[in-house]
Ligand binder design. Sequence first.
Ligand code: SAH
Length: 223
Amino acid sequence: MSSTFHRAAAGIGMASERTRLRMVARLREQGIRDETVLTAMAQVPRHLFVEEAFASRAYEDTALPIGFGQTISQPFAVARSCELARGGKSIGLALEIGGGCGYQAAVLARLAREVYTIERIGALAAKARQTLSSIGVSNVKVRYADGREAASNVVQFDAILVAAGGSIVPPNLLGLLSDGGRMVIPLGTPEHQRLTLVTRTGDNFQQQAFDDVVFVPLKSGQE
Ligand code: SAH
């Protein structure tokens, strides 16, 4: 590799670090208080998860195309979801439904011991796997499946983050939440949802609605 290439690559790196820190400052102004989440977001190179043509806009507070009609979630939505899922404590096992490009999974990887992320579009799952491994994330497993059908009688998760909107919590997912676990899911209509925290105590599930958000819809089947 030429030294010119190295200089150019380093330049891009520094510029993106500065813009990433500006993004974090903005998230703080928008009310994100969990410093562990803010630190994680200051470290994950978000520009590597979007389509190359949009890399220069990666740190704007907006959703951007990642191909296949899907988008990377807005930084604020990622930050708030992670903050609610953590509830101030580090996470053991985390499950994400709707892995998309893998960005939120990369942030979660810094907040949890182990992360499973499920994506229903095969090509996106493959791309997420590749990006995560290229930046050295080793505690995320990407699964190609319909996350609404996810079920297990051996494993439960301390945190479940649903990255696509729906009108109800998919019933299967309630059974996957551990006692004391926290699920974050956008609930509402296709045009408008509220980020909702579902906490489990024994067989009791409590719901609390937080910020207004817009997510792509949770769909069934695989592509
Ligand atoms: N977590 C991503 C957000 C991706 S957008 C990020 O970090 O930016 C939501 C993703 O959910 C899309 O990629 C979409 O294909 C996926 N999705 C929708 N319904 C799903 C389902 N039933 N199971 C798994 N993934 C689903």
